[in-house]
Design a protein around this ligand. Structure first.
Ligand code: GLA
Length: 743
């Protein structure tokens, strides 16, 4: 049983092997939060968790004869503003009278076996027997508005998902000004807030700060989840480490504007909220209509940050990524972008593809520049017709030729964009997002298409599916290279512009939904100028994401380390590229580049014909190594060991569920003069009572030894030990493969 309900006391306890989440109906009919954390045995009554005491005279109270009952001082489940609580609310509605005061009272519950889809939105899924969903209905009786709160608890996960929906059963339209997907009041604020921030080329860097009184938030109002802030917020206790201690996380399954915040009040309670950003948001809900806020995944761990990560990875692997791609090997890719940029023709592409095939690559991706008259980034977005000058036989002939070589074929699209210089713009200038009273701003010489219009989505569906069918595409890279400015759609009318951003994302999801349900065998990789829209919403449709345009091995340590907090590593697009690196001009060895890229969806972003025979042999060996380990990389538990944000080194590892094998990546960024004599790396997740062999050597090491004392690292050069030194110089890296004896 996953959900215990005390109907007499109106208490709800969601629990499984690891977590408990408890709330109840308070004396005024609204919901109060009682407990969220490590699993508790079910008890007949938890109401003492919600005991409240007389607040100061400055507080307002709900009832005349109970001065102690103030919404300001109790932990709530889905708070409103205007009825004694002065913190930011989860919901704000504008009623026909102009008033924004609401009161939602408990009206009943329902328990579902498994989990239902949220209409029009990506979300985790679960079959009957895998999870239970509790639906709480609350009603604002004055207005006839129904608020439903959904909670899904899974059999085998320490994550619980939540979302909210609103139904207008009344006679008048209402305006939704704010509808957060989650609100959670925690009893104290003794936490560090951890989040992932960055920019183009340095996405998802780990940031930490102590929770302070007041509101601290991360957000995006760019129309995409953004390079700048991933829609993910975690709280850890000050002493929590990667492997020990308590942590919570909140991850938004959404790709558009979002707000994630922690509000610490004057009693040091912390209110966590995450949802669609209320800024510029206003949704008109007519009588008979419903609105669904996207899903949030909340996770609790008492096994440190790696515990959080492993829960999220497992949940996404089994309950978010499309079933068809959950267990499928991801192909080793070669992408021609950095090899040719816009300068290619069919012959040049075939030469690259053939050489790559010989080295073991399995899928060729033709990137930007194959359509319209696109010889640079100033034209043709929207004209999704093959450029006959570059590819006289069309994409079809090229795809056929590559598939005949025994490789799969993939194609780049940027379906949400339009160039000023394009046939599409000549035909449909009104399809562009812009404010008719002002000139539109530019970004990479392009504008954004108005995905709130059905005809735009229809056009892209027709164009993309025609290539899927005619060229038998195996893969699509869906790019999105600029954010939205002058957000306005003439099709929405004057009073509904507040719906624009959400409707835009619903249009994007609609196109993804139509394509992926019609062509489930096509592997989608999402991309947004690298990792500008790497989020759980995208992951639902596209099981992998191009993590960053920055393929420099050193920068990748940070990008992949940060991304790994949330996203399964086999969803993190990571390629070996040429040197000097095109984003940083840094030169690292082929080995270092490969050793970093293994811990993701492996591939290449270069012209293999320009390599020496030794380099080709090394690439061949890298691909063999990756293929050998990719099942482990896909299914194993991931542990971060050393943070590149805190030291000159980075390390991580993947351990198979049965602990029989492990793959470890260790990286040292700059050389140390006169280094420490014995250097070891402490591992995690091994079987402490078994022994392991390292890289097939004869010597066996105890799992406990490898975790407590550490794995001895090869000897480093120290100025005089040239005969003994196995490594030295900048950008060192090693990959170790461990096998359990008798495992
Ligand atoms: C973006 C992507 C790159 C590449 C280019 C093509 O920057 O992130 O990988 O596809 O667009 O224009």
């Amino acid at each position: 049983m996953l959900i215990f309900i005390n109907e007499e006391l109106n208490q709800f306890h969601l629990t499984n092997k690891t977590v408990s989440y408890i709330f109840h109906v308070m004396k005024n009919g609204e919901l109060g939060q009682l407990y969220y954390g490590k699993r508790l045995e079910n008890q007949a009554d938890f109401s003492h968790f919600g005991a409240y005491h007389i607040p100061t005279a400055a507080s307002c109270h709900v009832e005349k004869d109970d001065p102690a009952f103030s919404l300001e001082t109790v932990c709530q489940e889905y708070p409103v503003y205007g009825t004694t609580d002065f913190r930011e609310p989860a919901i704000s509605l504008r009623h026909p009278s102009g008033s924004s005061v609401s009161k939602f009272e408990y009206a009943g519950y329902e328990v579902l076996d498994g989990k239902e889809r949220i209409p029009g939105l990506p979300s985790t899924f679960a079959n009957a027997g895998e999870a239970s969903t509790l639906v709480i209905t609350l009603i604002d009786n004055l207005r006839d508005i129904k608020l439903k709160l959904y909670y899904t608890i899974f059999e085998n996960s320490s994550s619980i998902t939540r979302h909210a929906s609103l139904e207008n059963d009344g006679e008048h339209p209402i305006d939704i000004e704010r509808l957060m997907s989650l609100s959670l009041d925690l009893n104290d604020h003794d936490f560090m807030m951890v989040h992932l921030a960055g920019a183009w080329s340095r996405e998802r860097h780990v940031k930490e700060r102590k929770l302070q009184t007041g509101i601290q938030s991360i957000s995006s109002i760019r129309g995409a989840s953004s390079h700048q802030h991933n829609p993910f917020l975690a709280l850890k206790r000050p002493h929590t480490t990667e492997n020990n201690g308590e942590a919570y996380s909140f991850h938004f399954v959404y790709s558009g504007n979002f707000l994630a915040q922690a509000e610490v009040d004057h009693y040091n309670t912390a209110r966590i909220q995450i949802g669609i950003h209320p800024f510029q948001f206003n949704w008109r809900l007519n009588p008979g209509e419903a609105f669904h806020a996207p899903e949030v995944v909340m996770t609790y761990s008492d096994l440190g940050l790696n515990g959080l990560t492993q829960s999220l990875h497992t949940l996404y692997r089994e309950h978010l990524i499309a079933p068809v791609w959950q267990k499928r090997q991801r192909p080793v890719v070669i992408n021609n972008w950095e090899a040719t940029y816009f300068d290619f023709n069919a012959e040049k592409i075939l030469v690259i593809a053939r050489q790559a095939k010989e080295l073991g690559v399995e899928l060729f991706v033709l990137d930007d520049g194959w359509f319209g008259k696109r010889n640079d980034d100033t034209t043709s977005l929207g004209d999704w017709f093959t450029d006959p000058d570059k590819l006289p036989g069309g994409i079809e002939a090229l795809s056929r030729a590559i598939q005949n070589e025994g490789m799969q074929f993939g194609l780049w699209f940027e379906p949400e964009m339009i160039s000023e210089e394009s046939d599409l713009y000549e035909k449909h200038p009104d399809w562009v997002i812009y404010d008719p009273e002002r000139p539109p701003s530019y970004g990479r010489n392009q504008w954004v298409l108005d995905y709130t219009r059905e005809e735009v989505v229809d056009y892209l569906y027709e164009r993309i599916s025609s290539f899927i069918r005619s060229a038998k595409l195996n893969y699509i890279k869906w790019d999105m290279n600029r954010n939205i400015t002058e957000a306005y759609s003439a099709s929405l009318g004057q009073d509904r512009q507040g719906e624009f951003f959400h409707r835009y994302i619903l249009g994007v999801y609609d196109l993804y939904e139509r394509l992926t349900s019609k062509y489930p065998e096509v592997l989608f990789e999402s991309c947004a100028g690298g990792g500008g829209r790497f989020d759980a919403g995208m992951l639902y449709y596209a099981p992998q994401a191009w993590a960053s345009d920055d393929t420099d091995a050193v920068e990748r340590l940070k990008i992949q380390y940060g991304s790994s907090f949330v996203y399964p590593i086999y969803s993190i697009g990571s390629h070996v590229s040429d040197i000097p690196n095109h984003q940083t001009l840094r030169s690292t060895s082929l080995k270092a580049r490969g050793d970093a890229a293994y811990f993701g969806t492996f591939g290449y972003e270069l012209d293999p014909n320009k390599m020496t025979d030794e380099e080709k042999a090394e690439v061949k060996a890298q691909i063999v190594t990756y293929k050998l380990h990719r099942t482990l990389i896909r299914h194993g538990d991931f542990y971060r060991l050393i943070s590149p944000f805190e030291s000159n080194e980075a390390a991580w590892m993947v351990v198979s569920k049965n602990r029989a094998e492990a793959l470890i990546g260790w990286y040292k960024i700059l050389a140390t003069p006169n280094p420490k004599k014995i250097q070891t790396l402490k591992l995690a997740g091994l079987d402490s009572v078994s022994t392991y062999q390292v890289n097939g050597s004869d010597q066996a090491f105890g799992g406990d030894e490898l975790m407590q004392r550490g794995l001895a690292l090869p000897v480093e050069y120290n100025g005089v030990n040239q005969h003994q030194a196995e490594r030295g110089g900048d950008f060192q890296s090693y990959v170790f493969y461990l096998t359990k004896n008798g495992g």
